[in-house]
Design a protein around this ligand. Structure first.
Ligand code: GLN
Length: 545
């Protein structure tokens, strides 16, 4: 039997989605890292979509972009933030991606005339991908989060891959079931039955959990822990409680208090190791002490489905704001403001007066755009600190050309393809993609270098001349307008050295007004906030109402 150099922890979900499987996976990685292991994390999404780029963020959550330009699941962002690493497309797969490879291999005779089958050829390709990610990062431990919950048709082939890996080398694979224990309000008691069913569903896929992480509003008590141990066939010490906490950054600590890391090392037959989480503990403790707030309006569309606000669509923006605010000793209070309100009733714009800062995050399409432009105008005129991320940068330039320079027809061609003043335009390549419906993976994606202008606020914030940031957009600033905006006071302070594309604009005569063509939020980390978010919050605090 071939022994694996790498160890693998599969994290699967039970009962319901959205209980924090991604953050739990990221937390396990954080714990292993604190024990001195080299760790990587992989997300396996059961969708047919080849990547998350073609999915509606309202339904699926944020599209997280890696340095190498993959459009991935938001959990990849959690991994990067908790592990403080830059991941690549090797760490992300979907059913669509797996099948595409198998079908392409079949077409190029790589199977040498053999009948190519769903089982074992699909799980084999999944295993190849998992092993490639572990190898590429040379990690001791690779965490693999399988999307969805056990018992669904969709993820069965990923479970099969995991089962095959366990069979091949039992001591190299561990299974963690992250399950939910509801406390129905009419009973007032925590119920274990759904988790028992989840465990049974997992068993029917040939897998037994080594560890059960019991998520719930409250802590798991002794009788329920024992019940789970008996009915799910897990040692009671391996049932770990993960109650709701104030901040997601507390979760590694909650788990490690119960010696989570060593429990998994034991499954691998590895000796226990001390974890060093002192920096993380200090960070969490500092956060818990924060009392004051900074009030930020986030303006756009995409905020609601039915009666719910889906902040998930912008999790990296939220986390980046948190990191920056906490660095500045405050907590961010983010209000999600639907820009269409300003279109229907322009007088409502005054509502923005009460905010210390305004963010316009990335977005697509035409809905709510005129309202966003009104909000940007308000931030500019009232000198409210403004941070525009991608669409927020593009629309800030449109607003400026319309209202400061007086070219009232200025627009992005995304709004009006025939505008006479295309401040934001599209290059011929991208035009062709749109014309031919080539949407998937064809935007300007991933990390690009940017040279910062001496003397700018942005350069001062970064403290260096050359930066690299992640992009995800189809449209660009039209360089025909460059001189015009610069002369009128909107400075181009960041440019891509190869393409001469405008990446950052900054208003000269304003406490803080910065727009970035890229998405700085993807690179913010808990203990090293992104420089632009950091300075934005600092300016917002100076403006505090
Ligand atoms: N819709 C704009 C574009 O495609 C901006 C995209 C974004 O904000 N990520 O260029």
């Amino acid at each position: 039997m071939e022994k694996s150099k790498h160890k693998y922890v599969f994290v699967v979900g039970g009962v319901l989605s959205g209980v924090g499987k991604g953050v739990t996976t990221a937390s396990l990685g954080n714990i292993f890292k604190s024990k001195g292991f080299k760790v990587t994390a992989i997300k396996a999404d059961p969708y047919i979509n080849v990547d998350a780029g073609t999915m509606n963020p309202v339904e699926h959550g944020e599209v997280f972009v890696t340095d190498d330009g993959d459009e991935t699941d938001q959990d990849m962002g959690n991994y990067e933030r908790f592990l403080d690493v830059d991941l690549t497309s090797t760490n992300y797969m979907t059913t669509g991606r797996v099948y595409t490879t198998v079908i392409q291999d079949e077409r190029s005779m790589k199977y040498k005339g053999k009948c190519v089958q769903v089982v074992p050829d699909i799980p084999k390709e999944i295993i190849r991908r998992i092993e490639a990610a572990a190898k590429k990062s040379d990690s001791d431990i690779a965490l693999i989060e399988i999307g969805g919950t056990v018992g669904e048709y969709e993820n069965i082939l990923f479970l099969e891959a995991a089962r095959m890996m366990k069979l091949r080398d039992p001591s190299s694979v561990a299974f963690v079931l992250v399950s939910y224990l509801p406390v129905p309000s009419h009973l007032g008691e925590m119920k274990t039955k759904p988790t028992q069913h989840a465990s049974r569903a997992l068993s029917s896929a040939g897998i037994n959990a080594d560890i059960i992480i019991a998520r719930g509003e409250k802590k798991l008590d002794k009788p329920r822990r024992e019940k789970l141990a008996v009915f799910c066939g897990v040692h009671h010490e391996n049932v770990v409680s993960a109650p709701d906490v104030k901040s997601i950054y507390e979760i590694p600590l909650t788990l490690e208090q119960q010696d989570m890391g060593n429990k998994l090392l034991k499954v691998f037959g590895w000796p226990a190791r001390k974890s060093n989480m002192s920096e993380w503990k200090k960070f969490v403790a500092r956060n818990n002490r924060v009392e004051n707030k900074v009030k930020i309006a986030v303006i756009g569309k995409y905020f609601g489905t039915g009666d719910y606000t889906l902040a998930d669509s912008y999790v990296s923006v939220i986390e980046a704001a948190k990191h920056a605010a906490l660095y500045n000793g405050v907590y961010p209070e983010l209000d999600w403001v639907d820009s269409e309100v300003f279109e229907k009733d322009p007088s409502k714009i005054k509502k923005l007066e009460k905010y210390d800062g305004i963010i316009v995050p990335g977005g697509f399409g035409t809905r709510g755009v005129e309202g966003i432009i009104k909000a940007i105008e308000f931030a500019r005129k009232r000198k409210i600190p403004y941070l525009g991320l991608c669409y927020g940068m593009q629309l800030a330039t449109v607003e400026f050309v319309r209202n400061v320079i007086g070219r009232t027809e200025a627009n992005t061609v995304e709004m009006n393809p025939d505008t006479k003043e295309p401040v934001i335009h599209i290059n011929p390549n991208q035009e062709k993609n749109v014309r031919e419906n080539h949407y998937g993976g064809t935007m300007r994606l991933g990390a690009y270098d940017c040279i910062l202008e001496k003397g700018s606020k942005t350069r001062k914030a970064y403290g260096k001349r050359k930066i690299s940031e992640r992009h995800r957009h189809r449209y660009e600033f039209n360089n025909d307008y460059r001189e015009l905006i610069e002369k009128a006071g909107l400075k181009v302070v960041g440019v891509n050295p190869e393409s001469d594309l405008v990446e950052i604009v900054e208003l000269a005569d304003h406490p803080f007004f910065v727009g970035t063509q890229f998405h700085p939020e993807f690179k913010s980390r808990p203990m090293t906030p992104h420089p632009l978010f950091r300075e934005f919050v600092a300016a917002a605090l100076k403006n505090k109402k």
